[in-house]
Design a binder for this molecule. Structure first.
Ligand code: AHR
Length: 509
C-alpha cells in the first residue's frame, strides 16, 4: 500500500473562498433552457413554466450564481429578441449550435427564474455581432430605475423594480475562430474597454460623483483554453487595454478522457494539476500587466467554464431542430474522480479565482439531466460538487504533501490530490482527497494546529467499474457512501483511501 502525509496549519491560509466559486452556467444550447429549466406544461412546472423539480436539485447542489445566456450562443444573440409578449418574439436561426431559437425564454424570464431559485444572475453581453450601444442598452433595461424608454419597457414587461444585475461578461471566447464575430486580441481589447466604460456610465458610475454603491463587476474574455495559439498573449494584450475597467479575467477549460483510448488514463487523471498550471500562468500574466500599467488594483479570475466534456459523440440531431439533444454527456465514476480534483484546484487557487462556473448546469454537459415530461437524475459529478460546495467554506489552507507523482502529457501529477479548507465561523475543517493510484493509499493528515479536533463526517466515492454511470433507470449507481468516523489522535488522523477514489472528511474543533 502507498503512504502519504499531508500537513495543513490553521495559520497558513491561501485566501478566502468566495461562495461564487460554486457558480454554474445555463446557455441557450440543446435542452439546457427548453426542457431543462423551462418546460411549460410539465407536471412539475410552476405558473411561469419553470420546473420546480429542477430548481430544487439546483438548490441541493448549492449553486449561488448562474451565467447566462451563453457561451457561443451569446455572440449571435440580440437580447431585444427575448423580451416582450412571447407571441411577438422572433424565431431565429442560432448559428452557434445550428438550431432554431424560439426566444420564448429571455432576460425577463431568466431574472424571474433567478429570483425563484435564489440565484445571482451573471449576464453576458454580445461582443461578436453585438455593439457597445446594445450592451449599454441591456444594462439600462436591467438596472435603470425608470423614466427612459428602456427602463419603462422593462416595467411594461412586468418588472417594476430594476434587476440590479452586477456581474457582466464582456462577450465569450472571443479568441476562437468558432466564435460568431471572432476578433483579434487588439480588436477585442479596444471593443471591451469601450463596452466596459459605457456600461459603467449607464450604471451611474461616473467620475466626480463619488464611489458608486453598487458598481458593476465586469469580466473580460481570456483565452478559451491553454492550447490556443494565441495563449497567453491574448490575455496580456486584452488586459493591457482593459485592466483599469474590469474586475475579472475569464478562463475556460474542459478536460476529457480520450474516448478512443489513444491517450492513457494517466493523462486524464493529471487534469487537476494541469488546471493548476494553467491558473498559474494566468495569475502571472495578470501580475505582469498590473505592473506594466502601474495599477494597485487586484484583478481576479472568473473560471467561468470548467468541466469534463468528451467532445466526441457525433451529432445525430437534425440541423435547425429546436431544443435538440446536444452535448448530453453521461458522466462516469472516473469522470467524477477527475471532477473532484478540478474542484480541489479551484479551492487551492481561491486567492485569485473568485468566481467559477461549472459548465453547464442542466442537460448540456451537466450534473442534472431531465426527461421531457418526465423526471430528472443526478449525474456522478453532482455528488462531489454538492459535498464540496456545502462543506468547503471560509478559507483554503496551504497544504504540504509528500505524495508520489506520475507522468502525464501535461507533466507530473500527484497521486493524492487534496484541498483543505477551514471555516473559522463554524470552527470546521474540510478535507477533500482524490486517490488517483491503482492501489490504496494510507494517508496521514496532520492538523495539530486546530487543537482538539473530532471528525463529523466521512464520505467516500469508489466503484468497481470506472465506467459506471447514473441514468433515469439507475439513478444511484454512482453515489458517495458514508463511512465510520475516523479517530483523531493528537491532531493526526490516518485514512485508507481506496484505489481510484474520492473522499471528503469534515472535522469540528
Ligand atoms: O459550454 C459549451 C461551450 O463551450 C460554450 O458555448 C462555449 O463558450 C465553449 O466553447
Amino acid at each position: 500500500m502507498k503512504k502519504t502525509k499531508i500537513f495543513a496549519d490553521a495559520n497558513l491560509a491561501v485566501g478566502a473562498i468566495d461562495p461564487n466559486l460554486y457558480g454554474s452556467f445555463i446557455e441557450h444550447l440543446g435542452r439546457a433552457v427548453y426542457e431543462g429549466i423551462y418546460e411549460p406544461g410539465h407536471p412539475e412546472a410552476d405558473e411561469d413554466g419553470f420546473r420546480r423539480d429542477v430548481i430544487s436539485l439546483i438548490q441541493e447542489l448549492g449553486v449561488p450564481i448562474v451565467r447566462y445566456p451563453g457561451g457561443n450562443f451569446l455572440s449571435g444573440y440580440d437580447w431585444m429578441d427575448g423580451i416582450g409578449p412571447k407571441e411577438k418574439r422572433p424565431v431565429r436561426l442560432d448559428l452557434a449550435w445550428h438550431t432554431t431559437e424560439p426566444n420564448e425564454f429571455g432576460t425577463d424570464e431568466f431574472m424571474k427564474w433567478c429570483k425563484k431559485a435564489a440565484i445571482t444572475p451573471m449576464m453576458g453581453v454580445n461582443m461578436g455581432t453585438g455593439t457597445v450601444r446594445e450592451a449599454a442598452r441591456l444594462v439600462e433595461y436591467c438596472n435603470h430605475e425608470g423614466g427612459t424608454e428602456l427602463s419603462e419597457l422593462r416595467k411594461a414587461n412586468g418588472a417594476k423594480e430594476p434587476y440590479h444585475v452586477r456581474y457582466w461578461c464582456l462577450g465569450n471566447e472571443m479568441d476562437g475562430a468558432w466564435q460568431i464575430g471572432h476578433l483579434s486580441a487588439d480588436e477585442y481589447g479596444k471593443k471591451a474597454v469601450e463596452a466596459a466604460k459605457v456600461m459603467r456610465w449607464t450604471n451611474g458610475e461616473c467620475d466626480g460623483f463619488g464611489p458608486h454603491p453598487a458598481p458593476l463587476k465586469l469580466i473580460v474574455s481570456g483565452s478559451s483554453n491553454h492550447e490556443m495559439d494565441t495563449f497567453p498573449e491574448w490575455d496580456r494584450i486584452v488586459l493591457e487595454h482593459t485592466y483599469g475597467y474590469v474586475d475579472y479575467l475569464s478562463m475556460h477549460r474542459y478536460y476529457m478522457y480520450s474516448a478512443d483510448r489513444k491517450h492513457p488514463l494517466e493523462d486524464f487523471l493529471g487534469s487537476a494539476d494541469d488546471m493548476n498550471e494553467f491558473i498559474g500562468t494566468i495569475r502571472a500574466t495578470i501580475e505582469y500587466v498590473r505592473a506594466k500599467v502601474r495599477s494597485q488594483k487586484r484583478l481576479f479570475i472568473s473560471f467561468d467554464e470548467w468541466n469534463i466534456w468528451t467532445l466526441t459523440a457525433p451529432r445525430t440531431e437534425p440541423l435547425w431542430k429546436r431544443a435538440p439533444h446536444l452535448l448530453e454527456d453521461v458522466y462516469t465514476f472516473q469522470d467524477a474522480l477527475v471532477f473532484a480534483g478540478l474542484m480541489n484546484t479551484l479551492l487551492n487557487n481561491c486567492d485569485v479565482v473568485k468566481l467559477a462556473c461549472l459548465a453547464q448546469l442542466v442537460n448540456v454537459i451537466a450534473p442534472i439531466m431531465t426527461k421531457k415530461g418526465g423526471g430528472a437524475f443526478r449525474q456522478a459529478s453532482f455528488y462531489p460538487f454538492k459535498a464540496i460546495a456545502h462543506a468547503a467554506r471560509g478559507e483554503t489552507l496551504r497544504t504540504f504533501s509528500d505524495s508520489a507523482s506520475f507522468g502525464t502529457m501535461y507533466g507530473k501529477a500527484r497521486y493524492i490530490n487534496e484541498a483543505v479548507s477551514h471555516d473559522k465561523n463554524t470552527r470546521t475543517v474540510c478535507v477533500s482527497l482524490c486517490n488517483y493510484a491503482q492501489e490504496a493509499c494510507e494517508t496521514e493528515l496532520e492538523l495539530r494546529s486546530f487543537g482538539d479536533l473530532a471528525a463529523t463526517g466521512y464520505l467516500e466515492m469508489t466503484h468497481s467499474d470506472l465506467f459506471a454511470t447514473n441514468g433515469f433507470d439507475h439513478p444511484d449507481t454512482v453515489v458517495p457512501h458514508e463511512k465510520d468516523l475516523p479517530q483523531v489522535k493528537q491532531g493526526k488522523v490516518t485514512l485508507t483511501l481506496p484505489a481510484m477514489s474520492w473522499s471528503l472528511v469534515t472535522f469540528r474543533y
